[in-house]
Design a protein around this ligand. Sequence first.
Ligand code: GTP
Ligand code: SPV
Ligand code: MN
Length: 586
Amino acid sequence: MNKLTSNPKLNRWIEEMAALTRPKNIYLCDGSEEEYKRLAHELVQAGVFVPLQKKPNSFWCHSHPDDVARVEENTFICSKDKEDAGPTNNWKDPAEMRQILQTLFSGCMEGRTMYVIPYCMGPLTSPLSRFGVEITDSPYVVLNMKLMTRMGKEALAHMKEFVPGIHSVGVPLKPHEKDLKWPCNPHNRWIVHFPEDREIWSFGSGYGGNALLGKKCLALRIGSAMGRDEGWLAEHMLILGLTNPEGEKKYIAAAFPSACGKTNLAMLKPTLPGWKIECVGDDIAWMRIGSDGRLYAINPEAGYFGVAPGTSMKTNPNAMLTFTKNAIFTNVALTEDGDVWWEGMDGSAPAGLTSWLGEPYDPASGKPAAHPNSRFTVSAKQCPIYDKEAENPEGVPISAILFGGRRASTLPLIAESFSWAHGVLLGASLSSETTAAAKGEVGKLRHDPFAMLPFCGYNMGDYFAHWLEMGRKTTADKLPHIYSVNWFRKGSDGKFLWPGFGDNSRVLKWIFERTSHKAKATKTAIGYVPDSLDLQGIHVDVKSLFHIDREEWLQEVDGLEEYFQRFGEHFPMELKLELAQLKKRL
Ligand code: GTP
Ligand code: SPV
Ligand code: MN
């Protein structure tokens, strides 16, 4: 075989994977526009992609009806010691898992092209960036990786070490057999990580988080294990730049669980006059302490794989303006005139829609036209408020960190932690109602510490300790302030108490001024809350938004005590003390 690259380690791995999976041919991706157009055209020819008349160089596609979300029950962390995966991850012995994978992947690419995708997570020259190579038999994955990462020739040229990741849809093709529109293997899905070997194996799904291995698999699960070993943080966080009317700029990072508002906050159009937001990242942040002692963050991604439903010119105009061209839409509805549509875009469904299932849409069915987890894929560079600092190899200095979830009750709109350790407790205490981003029941309250429950590549108890350790690497005055936020509290009428979206800028303003020691706050049992928020022009039930119900909170603490017990000796004593102090304050 001709050597595909000048990297001997990479060549050896490609040969090994080709021998195992037996593809029809092997193709090394160069990441060029020409390559993108060619592969997209092939998918159009195959009937997988439908070009959109209303959006240049953009495509609509829909998946197999059972391949629409992440599959947490099929996701594994295979550390040598079960204890290192912790109580929140699925675990299997690495040797046993490797045997399963050898069988699964044997011949799984027969009749297909094996694409080799070299990519970089983060700016090409950043000391924080990490390289990966994804081998896949899915051209859909290649196209999405082109939009989501720095992929191809340049990544290969800069690459030294890399995280190998192999992905297969898990459907070999016999000679002359017609391919499925969305090949996948829903009854046999495996998303497998070997944190010690820094290796990823994914089988049976073509869906984003399961198949685009740079994202959740590398940047979060393997990334968090790297961060633990190397002294940095890999987080499920957006990064935004906030400029006040005087022109002073600060950066904020925020962790919310899947489909809980990161993309929306990261691209927010403030309703407060004079305030400006720029977007560094909408899903993942890698952070380390810089030489000045402050916490610096990069966005390892280069694009957005965002939730479509609910996105409109009212809620998130910047997202709408980002995907006007060069975008891929998966599982949204298709309009008669060749555009996309989803629930919450504007008004009721237009006539003549094709649903996400590829069928004529019947509004009387009571079912949504777009899947609740339908998504757009688009390059970050097209975002009208893309922050140029997102390309800064050193990252941006973070002044505040937010933790938030979907909580109908108990949690106030905003509270500030008393200290770094108390802030770590806020992160560890995060719970949220489940969403359509993962397979399973929607709307069920569950613990989701740091919004990392599905993404932490090692023992979550050790992860809490790592956060505490990060706080000891510098002085308290240089650390970001930590906040808990809740846009989703409901009133007795079952409606959201807070307008959210652009009005979240009011909360950001208070945070901005707190980090400058300007805004005033009142101490409560659970943290500092604002003495006053800028609520000019809106009417909200402030009392209910900030109500701290002692009984609810005592229950909350009981629930946390019980939950944290799962981590046994891995749960840090310092957090135990923080929780005990919270109980006492209540
Ligand atoms: P992932 O990409 O899955 O990690 O999700 P995300 O955290 O980026 O979530 P996203 O911003 O896409 O929001 C998901 C859903 O929450 C969308 O349907 C939004 O319309 C809705 N949402 C976002 N922000 C707000 C808000 O401030 N208030 C309310 N009520 N809903 C919001
Ligand atoms: C999430 O589920 O948190 C996402 C979408 O950001 S996916 O990349 O599919 O996991
Ligand atoms: Mn996410």
